[in-house]
Design a protein around this ligand. Sequence first.
Ligand code: SF4
Length: 210
Amino acid sequence: MTKYTQEEIEKIIQRLEKMHPEAHCELDFETPFEALVAVILSAQCTDRRVNIVTNELFKKYRTPQDFASIEQGELEELIKPCGFYKNKAKNIIACAKGIIENFNGEVPSTIEELTTLAGVGRKTANVICAEIFKQDAIAVDTHVKRVSNRLGFVKSDDPYEVEMALKKIFPKEKWARMHHLLIFLGRYTCKAQKPDCANCLLNDMCTSRK
Ligand code: SF4
């Protein structure tokens, strides 16, 4: 693990902002429940593909009530391009039913409540808390995990440990922002196979640079 000073952490945030000022959630949605469906669909799928699918899906089905009564086979067909469609369809329907039965039809706003819903793990719950409820939360996906290890913020493959390490390193008001900045770093520069270290503004600080 690399020990960064407070000054270096500030510098890292500033440089990430310089590299990806446009970093933001790339999923399209209008309501908390649509956000939840989009995030569930985004597992192992690009945000672009999810948006293409939800653009059609949300024209017809929008509320937990809509999804609780949809026939699973029909939902599977509609979300097929997102992959793992059988499981995702099953989870979305069960999630909609759980929201109606246990939360009066409203998407809950805590990690503990959200993770009681089908198909909602800690990462998804953190995304919803940050994006919808504007809470200080860091969702750890595959990009965040990889770049956090490469930059030496943590040495762990466990998303929960990575989340806790990032929460210790970065100021609370930056948690949600760091999620987007680290995702964009991982998506466009610090890629899994071929990190573009030559064009990375963190290359003078990163011990994993090539
Ligand atoms: S210097 Fe290379 S390994 Fe380090 S964060 Fe940048 S792209 Fe990733």
